[in-house]
Ligand binder design. Structure first.
Ligand SMILES: [Cu+2]
Length: 125
């Protein structure tokens, strides 16, 4: 009788452990990261919204034109920040990972202006 209780405990423990791992794996594969993108008008936003969500591994995209920021949620087993930056470059935008906190806030504002040269989107908008 004692042995049965022991086996049941082990079985329950194993099941809960497997469930925890499954949940952890699902979360681990996803990452949300904000990129500073050299966009300047609604046309840029549209172009990004029409393309970036279809990049491999991209799960979610939020664009803030005011902050020149794109917040992406993506699967880390399918893509990475380098590939996403490349995807922005292919569209004609310079993108970089937003640094945490106020570290380089003033620098980012300066870059936002200067780096706009070479941004070329001769599209109707
Ligand atoms: Cu634009």
């Amino acid at each position: 009788m004692k042995r049965l209780a022991f086996i049941t405990t082990i079985a329950l423990f194993t099941v809960s452990l497997l469930q925890t791992n499954a949940i952890a794996a699902g979360k681990k594969n996803k990452k949300t990261q904000t990129f500073i993108v050299s966009m300047d008008c609604q046309g840029c936003v549209n172009k990004i919204e029409d393309n970036i969500p279809y990049e491999k591994g991209v799960k979610d995209l939020k664009v803030s034109l005011d902050n020149k920021e794109c917040t992406l949620t993506y699967r880390t087993d399918k893509t990475n920040s380098e590939k996403l930056i490349e995807a922005f470059q292919k569209l004609g935008y310079k993108a970089e990972i937003k640094k945490e906190k106020n570290e380089v806030k003033s620098q980012n504002i300066e870059q936002g202006v200067g780096e706009h040269e070479g941004h070329n989107h001769n599209m109707k908008h």
